[in-house]
Design a binder for this molecule. Structure first.
Ligand code: SAM
Length: 457
């Protein structure tokens, strides 16, 4: 298999001898935008010195800025079924947790989607436990139709990313036909013995099948895949190098690697105690691995969920995060139940701000909140997206779209304070756009939005 455990362990062992000057050399290489080798990444993972950490964060910030500018993409998860046949020891949905399982009816999905649309969301991540009987692929496909066809007065959800268990090429083809955005699957841990220990007697407990899920997804024509590790299950240094090997494997085989990498950190959930996990990742290590990932794969989006606190998310935006969720609920039917004052999360969350509060903080920190979904709808996926990103031309496409979707949000969902802040930001950002034709696009879009048109890109 393409995750070479021996090689990773050897790289990590050798890197322990890295000197200050070895680390500085790799930092210099990264700041010169040279590709980093596995050995370079292993060296960076040894950083402990405060000055070198600051350098690392500074370079990560510069790389992020040069590729993603100050745009931050927003989304929300939608949990549709908590039936699960697996016994993943870290997860609140594990089979042995006895609670009343539930999957949403299509009417209930419509209701959840309407609430999400009322929050201003345009991009969702569909989430479900694994249960071939209670949650078959047909149910997921029907639910996708329902989500895309649920309109409010301002339009509909424009991109649905899907996070469901590893499946067959045939099923991935069906997902592709339904127009999914990214197919997301977390490896949880790349450490095979740990993977086996964590998943008990489960369908999921097939390391190789899980690891090759993206190969099957790509064979089925899904261009954009989103990886992740559940940080806390195994040594984070091992996981970072394994993520890079997985990414390289896809790049070599399909010409494109991960579209995104998510950084979920283990949280307390029903039926598990954090103390039972010996590899809990502390805040400082977490920040470091996010920044190192930014250096290692500059063109891969980095996603940070509301598992993390507002202050951690704000800080990580500076070191590489490009997408965040907002106003999330991680329970089935949770948006409706939250409106009704109940709570049913899959695991605990640390950022409970509403999207409007998140947007205000983003704008305060001079970020452009973006609800853009244009790339995927224009067919700019996989290597077509990557070559645009690598050419640097992406700013001329993404900034106008980010500003246009922000304006749309302000008109449809903004309160007075957000509208004032947002308008000021839009004017400021417009003045920064150098090309007249690009600025013109935004002016035209703003005029059309003011006239009542929507969904412009
Ligand atoms: N059932 C799908 C599968 O098997 O891949 C994934 C859906 S699950 C709703 C999404 C992710 O939540 C999992 O892949 C896992 O990484 C994460 N997760 C599970 N338990 C967690 C916990 N206690 N803390 C943080 N994240 C957790």
């Amino acid at each position: 298999m393409f995750i070479n455990h021996e090689l990773i362990n050897e790289l990590l062992e050798n890197a322990k001898n890295s000197t200050e000057s070895d680390i500085d050399k790799v930092l210099f290489k990264a700041s010169s935008r040279e590709n980093l080798t596995y050995s370079d990444i292993a060296t960076l993972l040894q950083i402990n010195d405060d000055i070198q950490l600051k350098k690392l964060f500074k370079i990560a910030g510069e790389i992020k800025n040069s590729i993603y500018g100050n745009r931050v993409v927003l989304f929300a998860p939608l949990y549709i079924s908590n039936y699960c046949v697996n016994d993943c020891v870290y997860c609140g949905y594990q089979r042995c947790n006895k609670f009343e399982r539930r999957k949403l009816t299509q009417d209930e999905i419509r209701e959840e989607v309407k609430i999400l649309e009322k929050m201003g969301h345009k991009r969702l991540a569909l989430e479900a436990g694994e249960d071939p009987n209670n949650c078959p692929i047909e149910y997921i496909l029907e639910s996708l139709d329902t989500i895309y066809s649920t309109y409010n007065q301002n339009g509909n959800i424009r991109r649905v990313n899907v996070n469901i268990a590893a499946t067959t090429v045939n099923n991935y083809k069906k997902l592709k036909e339904k127009g999914i955005g990214t197919y997301i699957l977390f490896q949880e841990t790349y450490n095979k013995p740990t993977f086996i220990k964590m998943h008990g007697k489960s369908i999921k407990n097939d390391y190789d099948y899980h690891l090759t899920a993206f190969d099957r997804a790509m064979e089925a024509g899904i261009d954009d895949v989103g990886a992740g590790v559940l940080f806390g299950l195994s040594d984070p240094k091992f996981e970072v190098l394994a993520l890079m090997m997985h990414n390289d494997h896809l790049e070599n085989k399909f010409g494109v690697g991960f579209h995104t990498i998510s950084f979920p950190r283990l949280k307390k959930a029903e039926g598990m105690e954090l103390n039972d996990f010996p590899h809990i990742v502390d805040d400082d290590t977490f920040k470091k691995i996010v920044a190192i990932t930014r250096l290692a794969v500059p063109f891969t989006g980095i996603i940070m969920s509301t598992r993390e606190s507002a202050s951690m998310r704000n800080e990580l935006l500076k070191y590489g995060v490009s997408q965040i969720s907002a106003g999330s609920i991680t329970g089935v039917g949770g948006y409706k139940e939250c409106e009704d004052g109940k709570n049913v999360d899959q695991f605990t969350l640390d950022d409970h701000r509403t999207p409007i509060q998140v947007l205000k903080e983003l704008i305060n920190d001079e970020y452009i909140p973006s609800y853009c979904t244009a790339c995927y709808r224009m067919g700019r996926t996989g290597d077509r997206f990557m070559s645009l990103a690598k050419s640097g031309e992406i700013h001329n496409v993404c900034t106008p779209n980010a500003l246009t979707t922000l304006k749309e949000f302000l008109l449809d969902y903004g309160d007075d304070e957000l509208q004032t802040m947002g308008e000021k930001l839009i004017q400021k950002e417009l003045s920064k756009i150098k090309r007249d034709d690009v600025r013109e696009i935004v002016y035209n879009n703003i005029n059309s939005l003011n006239e009542g048109k929507r969904d412009l890109y």
